[in-house]
Design a protein around this ligand. Sequence first.
Ligand SMILES: Nc1ncnc2c1ncn2[C@@H]1O[C@H](COP(=O)(O)OP(=O)(O)OP(=O)(O)O)[C@@H](O)[C@H]1O
Length: 229
Amino acid sequence: MSRLLLDHVVVNAVTADGDVEILGETTLELTEQRIALIGPNGSGKSTLARLLNGLVSPSSGRVLVDDLDVAEKGREVRRKVGFVFTDPSAQLVMPTVLEDVSLSLRRFHRSRSDRDAAARAVLATYGLEELADRSVHALSGGQRQLLAIAGVLACEPDVLVADEPTTLLDLANSRMIGDLLMSLPQQVVVCTHDLDLAVRCERALVVSDGRVVFDGPAAEAVAHYRASV
Ligand SMILES: Nc1ncnc2c1ncn2[C@@H]1O[C@H](COP(=O)(O)OP(=O)(O)OP(=O)(O)O)[C@@H](O)[C@H]1O
């Protein structure tokens, strides 16, 4: 597994009211395979997750992924750490399913036919091969989220960070995406309000008001969070 390190990280945001601290000083080492970030809306979970691949920069402190400083080696880090957004529309940019995965693979294959062949193999891995020529706009929510995850995994990251990947999905699709995340060989960090998903992780961090207020085995963290509401 990768070693994800937050070393005395603080995140401030500039607002109309001046600088606001959205993540208080946090030092953490994440090495488990499945890690959940849970807590109330606006507590700072996405901010913490986004630090891990440079989508958010620390105002002070350092974020290291396998000893690579995200501030200095952002490109390398982003190859190691894939990021999945809550709303797959944020990352599905090509007209068809095949073209979308093929686009993700452009740095691995120069020729279009090689890329398309590799993209078909990726689609087959995730049971999406029959949708290859379908418009990305004509997919169900579950299929769209699965495709967004497949597009990120196609680039073979070591770590997958997923920000509320099941929030827009019904029960069956939440379960399908949850089962996928829990079965991946990669390290997975997932922000979620889905406590059934969180409890399946090895470790969970409860974030509240810009602080990690509990960090431990997922079942204990979920119990801590439930008790706090
Ligand atoms: N760029 C920014 N500028 C100002 N405030 C921000 C910025 N980014 C985040 N915030 C604020 O920081 C706080 C934490 O936001 P964050 O998105 O990390 O929370 P979250 O725990 O992921 O919430 P949710 O569960 O609702 O997605 C919120 O109050 C949010 O409004």
